[in-house]
Design a binder for this molecule. Structure first.
Ligand code: CP
Ligand code: NVA
Length: 298
């Protein structure tokens, strides 16, 4: 049987992705229910920084009696130029699953092509599917089914936005993306999901009646030099009480974190009563555990 990878939300059947989220909710209630992964090893190959994704994977493996090995490019031969293809051949002969955080999405695809074991996208420049498992879990916990919900994305058409576009298809919700002209998501992705996704310039138009409003930093990892230009370009693209006054009455606000308070989001949606951002962060662990259980099986 072909090895299953999770490079984007669309790599697995939609029903399986929903089942992973439902399983995450079960595992949150009873962490001991998870299928043992004793003697299995998860490789974590991270070429960018991480707090949540790394810790979520390590804790999840630990709770299932498996182990994980964390590798950065500097601490491995990747940083000295060993081809990713060779790294894939070698690591996948020793490990049972490998999660990779990298820059170009094609690096993940090359790795997966030669890997004998499942490969998980722990974030690339183009997608962040693990975050979406947690976001959908959080929405379902607080509001029930996300099918048919109205979701607003405010800000950059980045990796998170791309995964929201995929999620609109997989979980069947309506997504309105508000972004400046030069920061639109991939036209190809939008075209492929045009029944569920629309692009607007005005954040208020996107937020109107939304059940969920989501944002992310103006400059992602690898775009640090663009920070000042982006601060100008994204002026007005902020999740704040004025914008939220246009959303549905009990609308949720999410942010994958780390956040820049006072830039893309004001502090009440992080620090205030009713903030679901911390549930969202916690759910990274439950949903990644459910994902590992699905990919590793028993
Ligand atoms: N949201 C997220 O992926 O966080 P980290 O960069 O800390 O892993
Ligand atoms: N868009 C952000 C997400 C961080 C979790 C980045 O890629 O840096």
């Amino acid at each position: 049987m072909a090895v299953k990878h999770f490079l984007t939300l669309k790599d697995l059947p939609a029903s399986d992705v929903l089942a992973i989220v439902q399983r995450a909710m079960e595992l949150k209630q009873d962490p001991n229910k998870a299928i043992s992964q004793a003697r299995k090893t998860l490789g974590l190959v991270f070429e960018k920084s991480s707090t949540r994704t790394r810790v979520a994977f390590e804790v999840a493996m630990n709770q299932m009696d498996g182990s994980s090995i964390f590798l950065t490019s500097d601490a491995s031969q990747i940083g000295r130029g060993e081809p990713i293809e060779d790294t894939a051949r070698v690591l996948s002969r020793m490990m049972d699953c490998i999660a990779i955080r990298t820059f170009a999405h094609s690096t993940l695809e090359k790795f997966a092509e030669l890997s004998r074991v499942p490969v998980i996208n722990a974030l690339s420049d183009d997608f962040h599917p693990c975050q979406l498992l947690a976001d959908v879990q959080t929405f379902m916990e607080h509001r029930g089914d996300i099918k048919g919900a109205r979701v607003a994305w405010i800000g950059d058409g980045n990796n998170m936005c791309h995964s929201y576009i995929n999620a609109a298809e997989v979980f069947d919700f309506q997504l309105t993306v508000a972004c400046p002209a030069d920061y639109e998501p991939s036209a190809e992705l939008v075209e492929a999901s045009k029944a569920r996704v629309s692009i607007v310039r005005d954040p208020v138009q996107a937020a109107k009646g939304a059940d969920l409003v989501v944002t992310d930093v103006y400059a992602s990892m690898g775009q640090e030099e663009e920070q000042l230009d982006r601060l100008q370009a994204f002026d007005g693209f902020q999740v704040n009480p004025e914008l939220m006054s246009h959303a549905a009455d009990n609308a949720l606000v999410m942010h994958c974190l780390p956040a820049h308070r006072g830039e893309e989001i004001t502090l009440e949606y992080l620090d205030g009563e009713g903030s679901v951002v911390w549930d969202e962060a916690e759910n990274r662990m439950h949903s990644q555990k459910a994902l590992l259980e699905y990919l590793l099986g028993n």
